[in-house]
Ligand binder design. Sequence first.
Ligand code: ADP
Ligand code: MG
Length: 308
Amino acid sequence: MIKVSGLTKDYGARRAIDNVSFDAQQGEIVGFLGPNGAGKTTTMRILTGYMPPTDGEAIVAGYDVVEESLEVRKRVGYLPETVPLYNDMIVFDYLKFMGELRRIPNVEDRVEEALDMVGLYDRADGYIGNLSKGMRQRVGLAQALLHRPEVLILDEPTIGLDPSQVVEVRELIKEIGKERTVLLSTHLLNEAQNICDRVLIINKGKIVAEDTTENLQARLLGAERVTLRVRGEAEDLLQTVKKVKGVQSATAREDGAVEFEYSSGRDVRPEVARQVVNAGYDLIELRPIGMSLEEIFLELTGSDAKRK
Ligand SMILES: Nc1ncnc2c1ncn2[C@@H]1O[C@H](COP(=O)(O)OP(=O)(O)O)[C@@H](O)[C@H]1O
Ligand SMILES: [Mg+2]
């Protein structure tokens, strides 16, 4: 269980996170989705007891991260952005060493258990330096699982992995997350949608949206966006597009193209094409455009404002 209220962190004059509140329950994988610099790592480091917040409160696994940080650390597994691994150590010995540092009882059994969980049992006797990036990430996960934590905090766990390793690590996290509370950060929308039950979107230190992955997807898929381009002069093109029934909004771009939106239940593209041609234009492009993460933030914050 994680419960965060009003968490704020300043680095000198710079506010890295601002009044962040959310919670996460056992058996839930919560995604922390945001671009670089959004404040994901800062929040996670506070939640693991590594660094105090400037303001606000965080309870992790039942303990306050400031007042009872030792109790928190006993119950939290942390996969940092970059895992410090020693290439010239044997996998098993490294994990045993980490376990001893943390005074874990029956450490060898626990290392075996963790290796088994992450599917690295048959690599236990090899050098860390000989492992692929995906395997090394598994060692990092094994390290985070050694003390059987009830809460797992994973900072961009698939960054730098190749596509097949990404799939493997995602599956592993889903499996591990079944009985724990998992908070995972990512800057990839599809990753959040793939792994998480619920997503918190953070931008510039503030949570701008929070929803189940399903709802988020529905909100983002609710409107289709299209670019339309004609040959030559595009005067009045915007007006022509706007007049078509079912077009929700349309804007003219500087390069002369027009972008418009329509609701996904009702495809207005054929009608738009007809009207544009009827108005005497040479239609040369009618293309759906996906949304970038930036646009998704705008869309989500914009639609929030509209609903209020
Ligand atoms: N140790 C630090 N000192 C000063 N500023 C920092 C430090 N760590 C992070 N920041 C700043 O805080 C903001 C949030 O960073 P971070 O939490 O690392 O974001 P994310 O993990 O989402 O990329 C950024 O503007 C970053 O430059
Ligand atoms: Mg980060």
